[in-house]
Design a protein around this ligand. Sequence first.
Ligand code: PLP
Length: 412
Amino acid sequence: MNLNTISLHSGINSEKWAGATSVPIFQSTSYEYQSAREIADVFSGKAPGHIYSRISNPTNLALEIRLNELENGIGCIVTSSGMAAISSVIMALTKSGDEVLTTNGIFGGTVSLFSKTLQRFGIKTVFVNSVDNHSFEKAITEKTKIIFIESICNPSLEIPDFETISRIAKEKKIPLVVDNTLTSPYIFRPGNFGADIIIHSTSKFVNGNGSAIGGAIIDTGNFNWKKHGHEQIKQLSQKTGQIAFLAFLRNLIYRDLGGCAAPFNSFLMLQGLETLGARIAIHCKNARSLAEYLNNNKNVIRIKYPGTGNNKGKIEKYFRGLAGSILTFGLGSKNNCFKFIDSLKIAKNLANLGDAKTLVIHPASTIFCEFTLEERNRLGISDDMIRVSVGIEDFEDIKSDFEQAIDNVFGS
Ligand SMILES: *Cc1c(COP(=O)(O)O)cnc(C)c1O
């Protein structure tokens, strides 16, 4: 099946659900069995089944099947948030003394997890330039246990060279984790370009209407856990084969850390996924038009949109010609940014992205407010920058809203 068909049909088990084609919400903590023997077999892994919704749940499973199929993986685990997905993967693959290799310009929450929280547990993170392949190779040490990149870095909007980085990761036998939140499987399938593990914050494009927080982890099947996993995963792979990483994750890390998804949220994610392709097409079209409009506006100092500039080759090669719907632009000063945001009538001023509605935020004073000026400069978060998540409203209305707000700052 192709992407739009998977989005609508995958994970539906209507024969078992009294004919329902909308996935039922299994609002149950635990699952009863007919005999003591049966539940013992499920506990010991001899028979399949749900035990307790912190470990697995039928509504969550429907979402896991659908996301896994969209990413063409070998299995998926959904989590309470994108951050729970990232932290679970880190906990599964690293221990005190190990290193994570990642790039500058990635999501603020991830930067905080990597540079502050993990540090307290003795896990060091090395940040390199996302488009400098040479620095990746140089930064790898014996201790590097994960390479973590974003499909389009948020908010630097840089696109890594996936093929080169995955070749380096493969040579060094280090799992490559790609956070695919800003592109969604509709634009980019990282597994086709060598990624080993895919992360999603489903709170964004998957949900699409800002109604629930969630995350997902997908194993693409590219990494040989039997040969190159750490000892515990290697051992487990004797019993479980290629699924060892996910088995280790679900039956130990995910179970122990408790970052499980709520079944009602998974229901909302499944609803959102049905229209993913249709939405993304309009998102990308509107974003390209807004980028062009801002580019030609004399008051806009600079604009960054992955679809413009020297990214053309990467967009064609990796992203099916689509450049996503996030852009940033400069208005000269923080003051101008605040005035612009306060003048908007349609676009919402909030922290999310990937919503069907157009959203704006001033990253330096919000998402990155805990970072020093020096840190923000290194991360590319300038004081006069606005981030836009372009929605699917009629483009003329988005344009007029931006136009009147810019006029309000600079005078028409
Ligand atoms: C939002 C976001 C996250 C975190 O996801 P939550 O669902 O908010 O926990 C991680 N990565 C990227 C790229 C994001 O945009």
